[in-house]
Design a protein around this ligand. Structure first.
Ligand code: NAD
Length: 707
């Protein structure tokens, strides 16, 4: 391209920049580290690239940004060797750093560019400090030469030789151990890689060829057609029917509960290790079908590529994590004394009904289902109407994994019709629900009844909505804060229980923050979910769109509209809602109190951190929350007083990972322990204690442990 252009371009060669960031990101994402992990490797690569640039000096103008004498000397020697004219290359150094080197380079008649931040004081100072720190890191040349006074032969050695010679062997990056066992979060797909993008594109094509199929119920291992079908539409293009699923009738619910009830004793008594293996196999099948399952989510739920991919990864995580958790819990606790044996252990509760939402179509359904199953409870899956095709795929996964017929049932249907029948059934022992507050509370109420013939009190686990806030402190790093708020508020069009719907900004930074927030929101790509560039997708269905649009109208009467995106032609294609920002939102406003579950953000200005915390806590929910601040004192204050299930500091508030950030709220956000956390499985289990007196007429047998 440069040759065709006919004019050389400058290429600045640097090493080590963002090295820490690349390592940390790879560690967080469980990706391979994309940078050299030993210093000498970077140095050797720098020299290789120096030679490449100089060999091509007619097209490329190398600029060497380094303070390493060996690297610079090598560049000078190459310039001689390849006979480069003066002015065909240059050196670049940071203002205030390594001045003696600068002097020598200038005295030798070479071109040197000194650079320094320019413009605003604070960002400029921050840049300078970061660069100074980088240049004096443990491995840097400057530190080794000026501070550690290492011998010249070592400092100037060819880096490939240094590899063998150096007694320190160079830095290798070592991962911190995050989990005590061998659980590892499933890596998200890195769509910056061409192979991942093309695999996803072909999965989308393959899945599009399977639209409009029918998915009957699965009860006791048999498919059941009920004569009533409901179509599932693509929210990005609502004429498109992704699939049709059977609607369960009351008699189907009865049949499923009866089969599950019959299968209970055998499944309860199946060794925990075998039940765990079922989950490991399911995880493996989902890995194999990773892109295909992702594609189904993209189409059925209008969920963008990355979000759908993360959802499938989370489903795999739930299986891997809960299987290990069950193995951990399967060790009875013993407290034996002479003549008395005491055992404390867990046992399955009974038939579990799992009622799931559509917004994490695979992960949440799979999480609740796998938890119940691995504990020994047969499960009836009642997926959301909007994601019943993805749920049918999960059923396929568990069937292939070898779940016994009576142990898992696929029972899609209308929530209001089939839900109460399942919830009220006398043979149901556990109800695991995730969804809206209204439905969750009504399930809780109904399940408290003990109709005649029911010999137990039902256990309800209900994860419900949120009205999540992020506080932006006066000294927040706005680059991070704006991005964090925008990602949290508008990712998947705000349809996450963890989404940010209120941002509370300290007055000194408010006027700088707001225009940047609006511009960042304006830059978001609104598109159909199958478009890889989509950031703001459509909302799930027409009902949701109309409800959110009504909320926006409500907002206009309560607050000031600061921004609302123009949807253009998209308005007629799918269920799109414009990303919308309101300012001057009073605490009592409906849009400041009620969950909207769409791309609508309320901005509130406060004078003090105290006021911010009070506002943040001032709703009936307590699910997620966030803070952007650089003040350790303020961070400590908010940690202690901002009471939510999941608090995130200096990052987005969505995207919790199994085990690393166990997820769930309290107040009216939930009555369960956190999904993906160490207390989750106990909810599906009954603890039992058995005490045996082993003394016989004064004779104490030797306790088993001392045999
Ligand atoms: P929803 O409450 O409308 O539906 C959830 C499920 O309940 C669906 O399967 C539905 O068919 C079923 N249902 C509906 N009426 C029922 C009834 N009367 N009896 C029994 N079941 C019934 O919620 P949704 O729109 O699918 O999901 C969005 C909501 O879920 C939001 O409020 C969101 O905050 C919440 N959510 C919470 C979490 C969390 O972990 N706290 C996670 C995801 C979603």
């Amino acid at each position: 391209t440069v040759r065709r252009r006919g004019t050389p371009i400058w290429v600045r060669l640097v090493k080590g920049a963002y090295w820490d960031y690349e390592n940390a990101l790879a560690d967080q994402m469980n990706w391979p580290v994309p940078v050299f992990t030993r210093k000498w490797e970077s140095d050797a690569q720098f020299e290789r690239l120096t030679r490449f640039l100089m060999q091509n000096y007619r097209d490329l103008r190398p600029a060497f940004g380094s303070h390493n004498i060996r690297s610079l000397a090598h560049a000078l020697a190459c310039a001689d060797y390849y006979d480069l004219p003066p002015g065909a290359y240059e050196f670049q150094m940071l203002y205030g750093m390594a001045d003696p080197m600068k002097k020598v380079i200038v005295e030798m008649g070479h071109r040197l560019r000194v650079y320094t931040p320019y413009g605003q004081l604070l960002p400029g100072m921050a840049y300078l400090v970061r660069r100074l720190l980088e240049n004096t890191s443990n491995d840097s040349f400057l530190r080794a030469s000026f501070t550690e006074l290492r011998p010249e032969e070592e400092l100037l050695m060819n880096p490939t030789l240094a590899a063998q010679w150096s007694p320190r062997g160079g830095t290798t990056f070592s991962r911190r151990t995050i989990a005590p066992d061998d659980f590892r979060n499933e890596p998200h797909t890195d769509f910056s890689r061409e192979d991942a993008r093309s695999e996803m594109a072909s999965a989308l094509r393959a899945v599009a060829g399977q639209f409009d199929r029918s998915y009957p119920l699965v009860i006791d291992g048999q498919t059941v057609e009920t004569g009533q079908w409901l179509s599932s539409h693509d929210p990005s293009q609502h004429q498109r029917v992704v699939g049709r699923f059977a609607l369960a009738r009351p008699s189907d619910a009865e049949a499923a509960v009866a089969a599950a009830h019959g299968a209970f004793p055998a499944w309860r008594d199946t060794p925990a290790g075998d039940r765990a293996k079922l989950l490991f196999r399911a995880a493996q099948i989902m890995r194999r079908r990773r892109f295909e399952l992702t594609a189904w989510e993209v189409y059925e739920c209008g969920k963008p590529w990355r979000e759908s991919d993360a959802d499938v990864a989370e489903a795999i995580d739930f299986c891997e994590f809960y299987a290990r958790e069950m193995l951990r819990l399967d060790n009875p606790r013993r407290r034996d004394v002479l003549g008395e044996e005491n055992e404390y252990f867990y046992e399955a509760r009974g038939v579990a009904v799992v009622i799931a939402p559509w917004n994490f179509p695979l992960a949440i359904l799979c999480g609740m289902t796998s938890a119940a199953l691995v504990c020994g409870n047969p499960v009836i899956m009642k997926p959301a109407e909007q994601s019943s095709v993805v749920a049918a795929k999960l059923m396929e996964v568990f069937q292939e994994a070898g779940v016994p017929p009576g142990v898992l049932h696929y029972l899609p249907g209308r929530g209001e019709e089939i839900g109460p029948i399942l919830v009220n059934h006398r043979d149901v022992a556990v109800i695991a629900f995730t969804g809206s507050r209204g439905v969750g509370l009504s399930i809780h109420r109904q399940a408290a009844e003990t109709p005649p013939g029911q010999d137990h009190v039902k256990r309800v686990i209900a994860e419900m909505g949120g009205k999540n806030a992020i506080i932006v402190d006066a000294d927040a790093d706005l680059d991070e804060a704006v991005k964090g708020v925008v990602d949290s508020a508008f990712g998947y069009a705000g349809q996450k229980c963890s989404a940010c719907s209120r941002v509370i900004v300290l007055e000194p930074i408010y006027d700088t923050f707001l225009p940047r927030l609006i511009e960042a929101t304006r830059s978001l790509r609104i598109a159909p979910a199958e478009d890889p560039a989509c950031f703001v997708s459509p909302v799930i269905d027409g009902e949701a769109r109309d409800r959110i649009l009504r909320m926006i109208e409500q907002g206009k009467t309560e607050a000031k509209l600061a921004y609302s995106a123009d949807l253009g032609a998209l308005a007629h294609e799918g269920f799109f809602v414009p990303p919308t920002i309101f300012v001057d939102v009073p605490q009592s406003a409906v849009i400041a109190q009620e969950e909207i579950f769409g791309p609508v953000l309320a901005v509130m200005k406060v004078q003090t951190l105290d006021e911010a915390i009070d506002l943040a806590n001032g709703t009936a929910y307590a699910l997620t929350g966030g803070l952007f601040s650089r003040s350790p004192a303020n961070i400590a204050e908010v940690r202690g007083r901002f009471r939510v299930g999941n608090l995130y500091i200096n990052r987005k508030i969505t995207g919790a990972l199994v085990d690393r950030q166990p997820f769930g709220g309290f107040k009216l956000s939930g009555i369960g322990s956190k999904a993906g956390g160490p207390d989750y499985l106990q909810q599906f289990l009954l603890p039992r204690a058995i005490c045996e007196n082993t003394m016989r007429h004064g004779f104490v047998p030797t306790p088993p442990s001392t045999h």
